[in-house]
Design a protein around this ligand. Structure first.
Ligand code: OXD
Ligand code: MN
Length: 588
């Protein structure tokens, strides 16, 4: 498939290590994928679903001990420990290679090794990058085929270059005790063993497109971020793009695919999805920040996805989709999960493979982290720019988290530096305990806590440096919080499609067409600037309450931020500690 000597040399080395029984190059052809799917169906690795109702769809169950990303077994193996920073697990690369070589030694002696060349980003884009994943799992091959651009085109994109990410994966025995997800940023390499769960084994995604790519972006002057990208089209047909970072379970996929409220739809507003999880952002020739989605599919959480919460996501899963760890409805050979509808199947199999009756069972049928892997082109609101090699220009960057109190519905950072501060102190609450204890706040800077492949203090500095390069062309930075609750713990803001009302104010701020109120934490809207037309249950007073900045709570937050910042020692940029001091002063 290739004459690239860098690739061939590395392949020989890896083959000598894992000693595969067979080797198969993945060329990206439909015939090959269909063939592999058939093989996996024959061994039970996959089950075919109802091909009339769900054409091209299959079901997979992982091992019961292997259902999520394993942060405590994920390592950044930089040569120097301090380069991994205080937020990552670290091991010396030589020690880790030795340890893993023992586990990988001969691991494929009775298995086929699949060689998957893939491109993160559209073929032909100057911002795309190539990886090669070696794996013994057909499930991985079929998922990678949806999530990335695999095969000959990716190899063509690479040419003779040595700039490719070397990924090695084996399911081995799915042994939890020996599960390792290891990154060697200085070697462009990822080794993953003893897992079959997507986030640990689809090496293009979190491992490459965030951990390795964040390191590459730092070295090369661009950014790899845990962000959705969406376009908002106004009635004149103009489209403005925003990128938004939220920690897990804060509705990133829902926001990326939102359906405008009726009053907006009638006026001609439309929302287009470019990406739901990862953004690679470069400074374009015009000096603005341009983003591509390096992925070509959605690896979404199934539970809670329904025709009301996210119809576009649900429609995306109706063909050519791989479902993992959901309920298998035996009556019509389809799938189900908690929150899909109020009609759970009685004759079903749960995610563990046990008989399950949704009407009588008191255990969940689908794993809370059960997933769909769906091609992006299935999405009814996929952007026409989705595969544009140039990407889309970003007008606004939005940070957000789940905060029951403290953070207002929306505010704008004073400038880029202050915006970096706002992102660096991002936090999300675990839900409050029933006894009324306050939620536990976990700091998750830029939603990158588990995904930054180098020292987070250097990452903050990189953000500041990018701002200097962008100058007055830098996107404006905002923070949102959809999750404020009342005294009974109910969400005050309706969320979902109604969030467009907040995005509307954000876009107007980017166009300089609306003024703002200065508060100690940044610039906020006047309540009447949030359009409430057609939203009967939310009054202007409610919005005023949602925008309120409680100085006492914020001063408590300042104290918590000081503690958090202390972790970074002298690698915390001075600009950020200055921002903290300035915030405290404005609050006092
Ligand atoms: C995640 C994901 O875990 O996107 O953040 O899968
Ligand atoms: Mn994610």
């Amino acid at each position: 498939m290739t004459s690239n000597q860098n690739v061939l040399r590395w392949l020989e080395e890896m083959k000598a290590l894992v000693k595969p029984m067979n080797v198969v190059w993945i060329d990206g052809s439909r015939e090959q994928m269909e063939d592999l799917k058939k093989q996996a169906l024959s061994t039970g690795e996959l089950e075919e679903l109802n091909q009339e109702l769900l054409p091209g769809c299959v079901l997979h169950r992982t091992a019961v001990n292997d259902v999520a990303r394993v942060e405590h077994r994920t390592f950044i193996c930089s040569r120097k420990k301090e380069d991994a920073g205080p937020t990552n697990n670290w091991e010396d690369p030589q020690v880790m290679y030795e340890k893993l070589s023992k586990l990988f030694n001969g691991v494929m002696h009775d298995r086929t090794m699949y060689i998957i060349p893939y491109s993160m980003g559209p073929i032909g884009s100057p911002y795309s990058k190539v990886g090669i994943e070696l794996t013994d799992s057909i499930y991985v091959v079929l998922n990678m085929d949806i999530m990335t651009r695999v095969g000959k085109d990716a190899l063509g994109q690479l040419g003779d270059s040595n700039d490719f990410v070397r990924g090695l994966h084996s399911k081995a025995d799915i042994d939890e005790e020996n599960r390792y997800i290891c990154h060697f940023p200085e070697d462009n390499a990822i080794w993953s063993i003893n897992s079959g769960y997507g986030g640990n084994v689809l090496l293009g995604k979190k491992c490459f497109a965030l951990r390795i790519a964040s390191y590459q972006g730092w070295k090369e002057g661009w950014m790899a971020e845990h962000m959705l990208i969406l376009g908002i089209q106004n009635p004149k047909g103009e489209i403005k793009y925003v990128a938004a970072a939220f920690p897990s379970a804060c509705g990133k996929t829902n926001l990326a695919m939102l359906i405008p409220p009726e009053v907006y739809e009638k006026k001609g507003y439309k929302v287009w999805t470019v990406g739901d999880d990862i953004a690679w952002m470069n400074i374009g020739k015009d000096g603005r920040l341009w983003a591509i989605n390096p992925e070509s599919g959605f690896f979404g959480v199934a539970p809670g996805t329904n025709m009301k919460s996210n119809p576009n996501a649900l429609i995306s899963t109706q063909k050519n989709t791989i479902f993992t760890n959901v309920v298998h409805n035996l009556d019509n050979n389809t799938v189900w999960w908690e929150g899909l509808d109020k009609n759970p199947p009685e004759n079903a199999v749960d995610w563990k493979g046990n008989p399950w009756n949704g009407k009588t069972s008191d255990v969940k049928g689908a794993h809370p982290n059960s997933r769909f892997t769906a091609p992006a082109i299935n999405c009814p609101c996929i952007s026409s720019e989705f595969s544009n090699p140039a990407g889309v220009p970003i007008s606004a960057i939005i940070f957000g988290g789940r905060r029951a109190k403290t953070a207002p519905l929306v505010y704008q950072a004073r400038d880029w530096e202050h915006g970096v501060f706002v992102g660096s102190v991002m936090a999300s609450e675990t839900t409050a305990a029933a006894a009324g204890a306050v939620g536990v706040v976990r700091r998750d800077p830029m939603a990158m806590l588990p995904f930054c492949g180098y020292h987070m203090g250097d990452y903050f500095q990189h953000w500041l440096d990018m701002g200097k390069k962008l100058g007055d062309k830098a996107p404006k930075i905002f923070n949102v919080n959809w999750f404020r609750t009342d005294d009974e713990g109910h969400f005050i803001w309706p969320g979902f499609g109604e969030n467009l009302r907040v995005l509307d104010w954000i876009i107007q701020r980017c166009e300089d067409s609306v003024d703002a109120v200065e508060t100690p934490i940044g610039y906020g809207p006047k309540p009447e600037q949030i359009n409430l037309d057609g939203l009967d249950d939310v009054t202007m007073e409610t919005v005023a309450g949602l925008l309120d900045v409680d100085k006492k709570l914020w001063l408590e937050d300042v104290a918590a931020i000081k503690e958090f910042y202390a972790k970074f020692g002298d690698r915390l940029p001075k600009e950020l500690s200055d921002e903290l001091v300035a915030l405290e002063k404005r609050l006092s």
